[in-house]
Every structure is written in structure tokens, then in C-alpha cells.
Design a protein around this ligand. Structure first.
Ligand SMILES: Cc1cc2nc3c(=O)[nH]c(=O)nc-3n(C[C@H](O)[C@H](O)[C@H](O)COP(=O)(O)OP(=O)(O)OC[C@H]3O[C@@H](n4cnc5c(N)ncnc54)[C@H](O)[C@@H]3O)c2cc1C
Length: 391
């Protein structure tokens, strides 16, 4: 059968999977429900474990051009006291790739350019995967396009359709797999670098730990833009509005004990976009017959280790490798991929959740945490997460 493998979803995971599978000699049909493949205006940290893979897929020159390599991560408490400074210049030598900071749209466009110029990939936008049914050695599926419903037979289906995955819903089909609110909301904004103080423009990542929240900010696009994310614990009903102004958010982080300097940075952005966090239970299986899941669809995670996209990239690469054995069926390749990836991805999901609790501690626990971070120092803090980055 010369039917394509269908990938539903052209986020970082689906695009990287399309590239890895095409490079492994597979014919790919990539379906994206949106009219245009584009990302929201926000930053994305790509850690060495993902950077190494993107380089192996042939993207290194563009990664160097588009990404900004931060020199360090500064961890501060809410009073602006520096708890630890993690030297990131060691990453390339230690883990085979640097930490890089991207505008999401730049990485998305880079992946899209590579995928769309590959002769084995067809991309269909305005194409929402709807229903599918496994058959012997393949999958019958339907997607809704601009010209109506399209039916086709594929060699396999990869659900890379994100947190609210339809592929996952249809595969698992159980109320216990529903999304649940994780208790925190992110507020995101980009500001021109010349509108913030010099100290916020340095080529470094910054993490501020507040009682019941934290703030991350770093420069993008050769330092011209500053990406800021404010994450606060809040009951789901507290914030119904999709956007709030800088002054409202400034007051809110002051109520979380933020220092004047940090509050000043927050007021530099006039408008903040809301992003509540949701989780799903961990799945026993990602694969059923010739259908599998990848990225957030398989293992949605809280962003406290900045690893969601990185893990989707790892998935994509392993999936491509699973097909390098000649004539392997999609079902067997999908099972091999799941076998290799599931344990590690689930470990990262659990560690991300734990990191969130650690970051958001208050009172005596926060004081103890700050002492522990100070005692570990930059080297110790970097070593703590080395299991994520190493080969
Ligand atoms: C505040 C925040 C900060 C983060 N920071 C980082 C970070 O610094 N580093 C990092 O590695 N990760 C980070 N993440 C996580 C990262 O953004 C996600 O894990 C990653 O984008 C998941 O990629 P994906 O391709 O699996 O899913 P998505 O990016 O959600 O893509 C899914 C795609 O599928 C499409 N789709 C959905 N349904 C269908 C359908 N039925 N048919 C066709 N197409 C469909 C959607 O339109 C979308 O394009 C962060 C997340 C948040 C919320």
C-alpha cells in the first residue's frame, strides 16, 4: 500500500514528526485545522535535548541565526535577591547543543519551510481531522476541509493535535481522561526591549520566585524583544477575561510580594494574554493498531521545566527512527516508538508538576527552598536538571 502516513496537527510536534518521517523515507499528509500554520506571539526555550535533535534533522544553521543563546539563568526571590546564577555557556560542550530562545513564530516558520520543501510531504490547511477507524494495516479517516468532507485511507495516523486532541478523545473515549484545571494561569506578553531597563535586556533568562507564583523573562530576536510570562496560582473562576492590562497585573503580582523592579517590568506591557493550565491523566497506551499519539496529545505537561515542545521534538525524532528498518509496518513502528518514549515523557510530566509546586511555595517552605537553592548554587541547580539535557 502506498498510502501516506497522516499526521493530524502542525504544531511543533506535528511539523517535526513530518520532517523526521519524510527523512526516514515515508510519504506524509499533514493536516492542520487552522487556515494558516502560525504560532502565537510568545517565546519558546529550546533546551539542549531538543536542540541536538533539530540539528540532526539539518536545521543547525537556521537555529543559530534565529535563536538567542542566553548566557545564564538568574534565579531570584520576590525581593530581587539573587539566589543562584546558572552558567549556560557550558551547555554546548556538555550536552552537544546550547540553550536557545526563540520567538515561537520563527521556529514554527523554520519547521514549516523545511517540511513544505520536502517532496514526500503534502500539507493541507483548513483540514480538521474528524473521525477515523483502524483497518488491517491502515486507517480509514475523514477530515473536514473547505470543499467539504474528504475520506481517505492512510498507512497510519499520528495524533499530534495538542492538549485537546480529537485523536486521543476518540481513542480513549472515557470520562476519566477529561481535562482538569491545574490551578495556575499564565499571563504572557512581548515588549520592545527599548521600553525596559537595561538590566532586563541582558542576554540571560530570569526566573523570579513568588509566593504562589513565578515570573520568567528573557530576550528574543537578537535582544530586540523581551518575552515575559507571569504564572500565578488562582481558582479557575477568578479570571474570566482573556486579556488584562499591565496595571491590573502589576497590582496582582505586588499582592504576591513582587519587588518594585519586577512590578515596573510588568507595567511595561500594556496588554497580557491569559493561558490557564490544564492536565490530563497519564495514558496507559499511546498506540492502538495503526494510530498513535505524539507531543501534548500523548503527554500534556505543565510548562515549569520548559520541556513540552522539547519532548514533542524527542517524540518526533524517535518516531522517525522507528521507521528506518525497511518494510516495518506502521503498527510495529508506533509500538516501538511508544516503548522507547513513554517512560521518559511520563517522568518529565511528573517532574514538571513537582517543579511547579517547588517554585510556588510560600512562607517557611519558600524560605527553606531559597536557602537550599543558595546552597546548591548555579552549578548544583544546573546539575539538578542534567538528566533532561544529556544524550
Ligand atoms: C506558558 C507556556 C510556556 C511554555 N514554554 C515552553 C518552553 O519554553 N519550552 C518548551 O519546550 N515548551 C514550552 N511550553 C509547552 C509547549 O508550548 C507545548 O508543549 C508544545 O507547543 C506542544 O506542541 P504540540 O505540537 O504537541 O501541540 P500544539 O502546539 O498544541 O499543536 C497542535 C496542533 O494541532 C492542530 N489541531 C488540533 N486539532 C486538530 C484536528 N482535529 N485536525 C487537524 N489539526 C488539529 C492545532 O491547530 C495545532 O496547530 C510552554 C507552554 C506554555 C503554556
Amino acid at each position: 500500500m502506498n498510502a501516506p502516513i497522516v499526521i493530524a496537527g502542525a504544531g511543533v510536534g506535528g511539523l517535526t514528526a513530518a520532517l523526521a518521517l519524510a527523512q526516514a523515507g515515508k510519504k506524509i499528509l499533514l493536516l492542520e485545522r487552522a487556515a494558516k500554520i502560525e504560532e502565537i506571539g510568545a517565546g519558546l526555550q529550546i533546551a539542549p535535548n531538543a536542540g541536538r535533535i533539530l540539528a540532526q534533522l539539518g536545521l543547525e544553521p537556521e537555529l543559530n541565526e534565529l535563536g538567542l543563546e542566553p548566557q545564564a539563568i538568574n534565579i531570584r526571590d520576590n525581593n530581587a535577591r539573587l539566589l543562584a546564577r546558572l552558567d549556560l555557556t557550558v551547555a554546548r560542550e556538555r550536552w552537544g547543543a546550547p540553550f536557545r530562545l526563540f520567538h515561537r513564530a520563527d521556529l514554527q516558520q523554520l519547521l514549516l519551510n523545511k517540511v513544505s520543501s520536502h517532496p514526500s510531504v503534502t500539507i493541507q490547511t483548513n483540514a480538521r481531522l474528524d473521525i477515523f477507524e483502524a483497518i488491517k494495516n491502515g486507517v480509514n479517516l475523514q477530515y473536514k476541509g473547505t470543499a467539504g468532507t474528504v475520506t481517505l485511507t492512510s498507512a497510519g495516523l499520528v495524533g499530534a493535535d495538542g492538549l485537546r486532541s480529537i485523536v486521543r478523545d476518540r481513542m480513549v473515549n472515557a470520562p476519566r481522561d477529561a481535562l482538569s484545571y491545574a490551578g495556575s494561569v499564565a499571563w504572557r506578553a512581548l515588549v520592545p526591549a527599548d521600553e525596559v531597563f537595561e538590566v532586563f535586556r541582558r542576554r540571560e533568562s530570569n526566573l523570579w520566585l513568588l509566593p504562589g507564583g513565578h515570573v520568567v523573562h528573557y530576550p528574543l530576536r537578537d535582544g530586540k524583544i523581551i518575552n515575559i510570562v507571569v504564572i500565578l496560582d488562582a481558582p479557575l473562576g477568578e479570571d474570566a477575561e482573556q486579556e488584562i492590562d499591565g496595571d491590573t497585573l502589576r497590582k496582582r503580582i505586588i499582592s504576591h510580594g513582587a519587588s518594585d523592579g519586577l512590578a515596573e517590568l510588568i507595567s511595561a506591557a500594556p496588554l497580557w494574554r491569559r493561558w490557564p493550565f490544564f492536565v490530563r491523566p497519564s495514558l496507559k497506551n499511546w498506540t492502538q493498531d495503526c494510530v498513535t499519539l505524539l507531543g501534548d496529545a500523548a503527554h500534556p505537561m505543565l510548562p515549569f521545566l520548559a520541556q513540552g515542545a522539547a519532548q514533542a521534538i524527542e517524540d518526533a525524532f524517535v518516531l522517525g527512527q522507528a521507521f528506518t528498518a525497511s518494510d516495518i509496518s506502521a503498527e510495529r513502528a508506533f509500538q516501538a516508538y511508544e516503548e522507547i518514549r513513554k517512560k521518559r515523557a511520563q517522568k518529565v510530566v511528573a517532574a514538571s508538576r513537582q517543579q511547579g509546586r517547588y517554585f510556588h511555595q510560600a512562607g517557611i517552605l519558600a524560605l527553606a527552598r531559597n536557602v537550599a537553592i543558595g546552597a546548591l548554587g548555579g552549578k548544583g541547580m544546573l546539575a539538578r536538571n542534567a538528566w533532561l539535557y544529556r544524550r
